[in-house]
Ligand binder design. Structure first.
Ligand code: DC
Length: 228
């Protein structure tokens, strides 16, 4: 635990903009911990999916009631998200959860719960936290905020390359682009760029270049005497 107030870097942006992998890499470079706020929305959704109840019947109170089953465990370079004390990475990234999570993330009580958990994680560690509204709703005083964007075609191409482990065809990219644009529309209300965020368009950057830029910005702000 640092012997000063921990520092937060907030990285926001739309789906498939590379936030999580970039944040993870930046955290490793700085020796800080990465918090993926989306994983908390996903974990609450997974806990509800496990109940077997139809998603149309889920109320905000019931979703938040799953909260005690979810925990963040500090590892070497990140917090892992646990359900009932067990890592649930594959489950929370699976289709059943992805299909419902945007709706769960619209619920105000759910947002309040996630925001409180993320703030708690940042009380004891320097963190790189990624999401949609980290620089606006959750850490408005973060000394460094980055908003990552990339062309939707490029986001689709990257996502497919990762998933298929080969170069996707143009038809495959076009289909994935359509899904990404639909996701953007569903998440639009909570995806907010802070006025003082650095806008980083990664369309023509490699991941290593994105990471270098953010690490350089982080070094600049952490040397500022008023960094909080
Ligand atoms: O980044 P992701 O795909 O893991 O996010 C999962 C969902 O949670 C997605 O619908 C957006 C939403 N989300 C959000 O509303 N606010 C955040 N800070 C993080 C994620």
């Amino acid at each position: 635990m640092p012997d000063r107030k921990p520092v937060v870097i907030a990285i926001d942006g739309p789906a498939a903009s590379g936030k999580s992998s970039t944040s993870q890499w930046v955290a490793e470079r700085l020796g800080w911990l990465h918090v993926d706020s989306g994983s908390l929305y996903r974990a609450l959704t997974a806990a509800m999916v496990r109940t077997g109840r139809p998603p149309e019947t889920w109320s905000g109170a019931e979703i938040v009631a799953q909260g005690p089953r979810i925990s963040l465990r500090a590892e070497k370079t990140s917090f892992s998200t646990l359900i009932d004390g067990e890592p649930a990475d594959d489950e929370i990234r699976g289709g059943a959860v992805t299909a419902q999570v945007s709706r769960v993330a619209q619920v105000p009580e759910v947002r309040a719960w996630v925001n409180a958990r993320v703030r708690q994680a940042a009380e004891s560690h320097d963190v790189v936290v990624d999401g949609r509204d980290m620089g606006t709703a959750v850490f408005p005083d973060a000394p460094l905020k980055v908003f990552l964007v990339a062309d939707s075609w490029e986001r689709a191409r990257r996502r497919l390359t990762q998933r298929l482990e080969r170069g996707p065809t143009d038809d495959e990219i076009a289909e994935e682009t359509d899904l990404i644009v639909q996701r953007d529309a569903k998440d639009a209300t909570q995806t907010l760029q802070a006025k003082d965020a650095v806008l980083l368009d990664t369309t023509y950057l490699t991941q290593a270049e994105q990471v270098e830029r953010i690490v350089a910005l982080a070094h600049a702000v952490s040397h500022r005497p008023d960094a909080t």
